[in-house]
Design a protein around this ligand. Sequence first.
Ligand SMILES: *Cc1c(COP(=O)(O)O)cnc(C)c1O
Length: 388
Amino acid sequence: MTKQKYGLNTICTHIGEIKDEQFKGAVSPMYLSTSYQFDNVDIKRYPRYFNTPNQEFLSKKIATLEHTEAALIFGSGMAAISHMFLAFLQKGDHIVVQNTLYGGTSNFIREEFPKYGIEFTFTDGYSVADFEKAIQSNTKVIHLESPSNPLLTITDIKGVSALAKDHGIISTIDNTFASPINQNPIDLGVDVVMHSATKYLGGHSDILAGAVASSQLHIDRIWNVSKNLGGSLSDMTVWMLERSMKTLALRVKAQTKNAKKLATFLNQHDAVAKVYYPGLKDHPEHALAKAQMHDFGAMMSFELKDGIDAMAFQNQLQLIKSSMSLAGVESTMLLPAKTSHALLSQEERDAVGISDRLIRFSVGIETFRDLKNDIEQAITKTKATSIA
Ligand SMILES: *Cc1c(COP(=O)(O)O)cnc(C)c1O
């Protein structure tokens, strides 16, 4: 385990820097070579082998932030997820997958695994007992997501990873929503952590990337598959990601602070029917979230009361963008039923509680008062047009 001797902001700023020996520049040089002279036969550097200087150094920052030994950086979050799964699963194996999770992960499993002869079970719920019930003799991986997209359910990470260990099963988690600033699943017993780096790690809605972090042993196993599948990230984008991550802790903490205040504001608002945010005392897993997260994060969902149209409300927003993706410095909202979870059937959405009125809110770094005023004016205008 990597000893965390520096504070979070120092790790974000300095770990994984490449020293510019030649010119003493302040930032890491960008190495775009796809070809490197052999001076050490043990290291054959090639971008698809995940070992160019920029890839290698940035993975140190990610591994350090996730309190583990090693990491790989991918071309997207889905590349990270698919390569991670395919490293631990083969024909005849079985995976247990949490029922409430990112739509793309669920599509990947449902659409691709039958072609590989990999069996899967989506849990009925997200309690430890729900995971236990789904385990079979050929189960090799248990995959969880907490907080989950878009309902912010909280899974008992310690409980599920202990269950997996008892059965000799690899546990994997999608830690995108919390980011390493708000949650470190390796410390709770999970084997492999993945991120869509498109979200908080990138943070500015201009990078598509993914990452997987774990022990060197597991990362070697994933590397063996990943070098064949070819999902590495270009070094130009790796460099941008390193720059973005210097402010990761600053951004996420500012976003989380805003989110806590906005969740309280929405929860007390008479036009709001329900708020899903683990930081609220009435969230069903509030105590669990408090115990296993460093802070509650900057993602939430909410429903407006009957008669206030969610789509009309979004169209009235002036500052908060109604758009796909999340975790950027700018606040965004979307309707999961129409976007991220549109490929699920109505029954599947109903089963996990994603109503057509559910609005997912990714809170940015803007001034709290401005976000609050934007929501307030949009509600007022939507109410006025509904009555008219
Ligand atoms: C966006 C997202 C992904 C997929 O990442 P991409 O970078 O879009 O491939 C996976 N999991 C979660 C929770 C996400 O929000």
